[in-house]
Each structure stands twice: as C-alpha cells, then as structure tokens.
Design a protein. Structure first.
Length: 340
C-alpha cells in the first residue's frame, strides 16, 4: 500500500502546487482589472454570449462568478448565464492542464464552441425574463489592489503577518523539495523548469502584495477555501484510480457500460462543488474513460461558479442545471456514438 500512497501523494502535491500557481496568477490579474469587464460588454446578445463563453473557459470559478454578477445586475441575459456554466470546468480545469495540457486545450476549445452554440439557441428559444434582484456586488476601494508598491515592501516584511509567513514558508519548502528531487522529476526538464518559474512567481507575489490582498484573496480565498479540499480530492481520486486499475472486474465494468457511466458523469456534474468530478479527470488521464464522458461531465459541472446564483434565484439555478444536463447528455451521447 505504501508503494501507492507515496507516489500518489507526491503527484497530488505537484498538481496542487500547479493549481495554486494558476489560481494566484488569475486572482492577481482579476483583482487589478475588477469592474472593467462590464465596460467591455456590447448591447449585442451574441457578444454577451461570446464574452460569457470566454470568461467561462478561464480556469477556476472567477469567470463564472463574474457572469453571475453581471446577470443579476441585468447586464447580460439568461443565455449568457447558460453559456458560462457550459464553458466552465471550475477548479478541475487546473488539474486537467496539469495532467494532460494538450487534450485539456482541445476540451476547452470544444466547450467554447458548444457553449456559444447552446447559448445562441437558448437566446432564440428560451424567454429571457428579468434577472433576479441585484444582490449588490460592490467593488470597495480596499478590493482594488495596487499590488506592487516599492515603498511598502520593506515595512511589510519587517512586520510579517501570520498569513504571509505561512505562504512564504510553504513556497520555500516546495522549492526545497523540488530542487532536492523529492517531488517532481529528478532530472531537469520543461516540467521542472515550469514549476521553478511558478514558485518564483509565487514568492514575488507573496513578498510584494499588500496585506489586504494577501489575506483576503490569496490566503482566505485561494488557500483556505480551495487548496486543501482540492489536494484531498486529488489524492482520493488517485487512490480510487489505483483500486479501479487493480480490480479487473471494475475496469471491465467501466469499459462495457459506458452509457451508464455517461449518465453517472452527468448526474455527478449537477453537484455544485469542485472535487467529485476529479475522478473522471483522473480516469480519462489514464485512458480508462473516453473523451465523451469527460466532455459530458465538463458541460454539466460548474464547480462553485453557480453557487452565487443559487443564493439569488433558485428557479434560475434549476433552469440552468436542467438545460445543461440535457446538453451534456445529448452531446456526450453523440460523441460516444461517434467513437470518441
């Protein structure tokens, strides 16, 4: 069992580290461009759908959160809401780009096309009633990050907060293990260099950003809310993968009941949570599931992106889920019939 626990633990650490790097990059960019998305929207319904799709394929839930906010402020229609929830894969997108970057890029491209097409059909055939009452998402001055101020760096480092200390120590520990070869590859390849560059960027961010951004956006949002849960789900998915691969009857069951697996993937996709869907990501990465199953699950699932909508309008939440479930079943079934 130890021969499985340790390698899966190391792989989970590498994936979680990559996810941390990507989430920090997106959070860093997003907080500095906050409140500019709305200004880019045109009156054209097609542009709303296209922008929603582009925001949706952005890894993580920030794009979906943005579109939900725009929808509740009546800046986009219901079609844009459906579009972003089809396009988004939540935090699982980070894991996919870590495990199979080429295929993940293809998947995102397919999701983009399906999302735009489905969004346009929804716009044409589903009545677009008024959005829910705006919930008052506001951008306070404290949320607008002036993320690099030379005059503030030294004073911040002289009075290290608990959160900054934890993030810096964690990054230094990961760098040490990476250089030692305890995690990642022993030799020097593009993957190791990528992780070193990523760790260097994390150090730069953790050393220079102001306290509010570090505590609220990086520590409380990225680390406390997402990272530990993602690590545990990833490790659990790898352990489940080992059990499936070591059990020939389970492997046989998967290979010979793909339509049942498709239905299960779509039903699990209804769960507004990042984590359970990772089992389909890991099974696909090992060649135990076809592309169609992962595609169907990705269409239906939206991570945490839809949760703000649930708080505002349960009716719209159920409508989006029902539409996306139908699209996921139809698309997944069609791709499965085509041998994908």
């Amino acid at each position: 069992m130890e021969s499985v626990l340790i390698p899966s633990l190391k792989q989970s650490v590498m994936i979680t580290s990559f996810v941390l790097f990507m989430m920090v990059v997106i959070e860093y960019i997003n907080v500095q461009s906050r409140n500019r998305w709305a200004g880019q929207l045109h009156r054209s319904p097609f542009m709303q759908i296209l922008i929603s799709a582009l925001l949706g394929i952005t890894p993580g839930c920030l794009g979906a959160f943005t579109v939900v906010s725009l929808y509740t402020h009546r800046l986009i229609g219901f079609a844009g809401l459906v579009t972003v929830m089809i396009a988004t894969s939540g935090d699982e997108a980070f894991v996919m780009f870590s495990l199979f970057p080429g295929k993940a890029l293809i998947l995102q491209g397919v999701l983009l096309v399906i999302a735009v097409g489905s969004g346009w059909l929804v716009h044409r055939f589903v009545p677009d009633k008024d959005a829910a009452i705006p919930h008052g998402f506001e951008v306070h001055e404290a949320d607008i990050c002036h993320c690099f101020s030379r005059s503030s760096i030294i004073p911040q480092l002289k009075k290290l907060s608990f959160e900054r200390t934890v993030l810096l120590l964690g990054t230094f520990l990961f760098l040490f293990l990476l250089l030692l070869g305890a995690v990642g590859t022993l030799g020097w390849d593009w993957k190791k260099i990528t992780f070193l560059v990523g760790a260097g960027f994390l150090l730069f961010v953790f050393l220079t950003v102001p306290e509010h951004f570090l505590k609220e956006h990086l520590y409380r949002h990225v680390v406390k809310k997402h990272l530990l849960r993602l690590f545990l789900w990833t490790w659990g998915a790898f352990m489940a993968l080992y059990l499936i691969r070591s059990n020939l009857s389970l492997t046989h069951l998967l290979e010979n009941n793909l339509y049942m697996v498709l239905l299960i993937a779509v039903l699990i996709g209804l769960v507004p949570e990042s984590g359970p869907h990772l089992i389909f990501v890991t099974l696909f990465s090992e060649g135990l599931l076809p592309f169609s199953i992962l595609l169907a699950n990705s269409i239906v699932q939206d991570g945490h992106g839809i949760l703000p909508l649930l708080a505002e309008s349960r009716k719209d939440f159920l409508k989006v889920k029902a539409i996306n479930m139908g699209i996921g079943l139809i698309t997944g079934g069609a791709f499965l019939l085509a041998g994908w």
